[in-house]
Design a protein around this ligand. Structure first.
Ligand SMILES: [Zn+2]
Length: 248
């Protein structure tokens, strides 16, 4: 399996080669279009070679550029879970009771960011699924979607209700925010900054491990051995609830 990647301010975008083009995983914030085009150019993949866009979930740092992307290449088929399609149509983060930051330090840092970064709204231009897009029933194998690669898209909820991961049969996993490897100063231990449901988040780690995960490529941070999830499993036991809705 051949894949390439490029990094936006916070988000990694991945491109998997398949016999008739490239599958792109996620985009970036809505203000990152120029950076997106520059990153794509560095990979050597042309925008018209992208056949599919897999959305790991609906958050602004992943979904902000769907509209300009499909405008630039209307032939792209967007792949998304049912809840992801519903949330994308709202253009804002879907919050859930019990959601919060994974650590106190993270809550503090996010509070400071929210105070000074007024552009941090957790909203983006809504995306309405087109007739040619595909709302997925999960799990689904890539070959069932006409992508001739050996891997499956699975539901890995916990960060959000709509989170999905792509597990390749040989153990490479593109996990979106179902795990992360960044901002170590906040004591995250491979969790992403915030979760909707912490116990579900860890159950999704089990699913990845039992599904044969070997190396994880998260949307945030550098790749790491799946074995690390086993070591850090259950490290956090409660979240720090959001002061206000994550979408506000
Ligand atoms: Zn997210």
């Amino acid at each position: 399996m051949e894949f390439r990647s490029f990094k936006l301010k916070y988000t990694n975008c991945f491109l998997l080669r398949h016999p008739s083009g490239w599958l792109l995983i996620d985009t970036g914030y809505d203000w990152e279009w120029d950076a997106f085009l520059a990153g794509l150019a560095r990979t050597g993949v042309g925008i018209h070679e992208i056949t599919h866009l897999l959305m790991t979930h609906h958050h602004d740092d992943h979904a902000g550029l769907i509209n300009p992307l499909v405008k630039a290449n209307p032939g792209i088929q967007v792949l998304m879970s049912r809840p992801c399609a519903d949330y994308l149509a709202t253009g804002r983060h879907h919050s859930a009771p019990g959601a919060g930051y994974v650590t106190r330090r993270m809550a503090l840092l996010a509070g400071i960011k929210a105070r000074f970064d007024k552009a941090w709204t957790h909203t983006y231009p809504p995306y309405i699924a087109r007739a040619q897009d595909r709302v997925l029933s999960l799990p689904v194998r890539l070959r069932e979607l006409g992508i001739e690669l050996d891997g499956a898209i699975v539901a890995t909820p916990g960060h959000t209700a709509d989170s999905t991961s792509l597990i390749m049969d040989e153990g490479t996993v593109f996990c979106g925010d179902a795990a992360a490897n960044f901002f170590k100063v906040a004591g995250l231990h491979y969790c992403v900054v915030a979760v909707c449901d912490l116990s579900q988040y860890y159950l999704s780690w089990n699913l990845l491990l039992s599904g044969g995960a070997k190396v994880l490529y998260p949307s945030h941070g550098t790749p790491f051995a799946a074995e690390k999830l086993r070591k850090k499993w259950g490290r956090h036991t409660q979240v720090v609830p959001f002061k206000q809705s994550y979408a506000d």
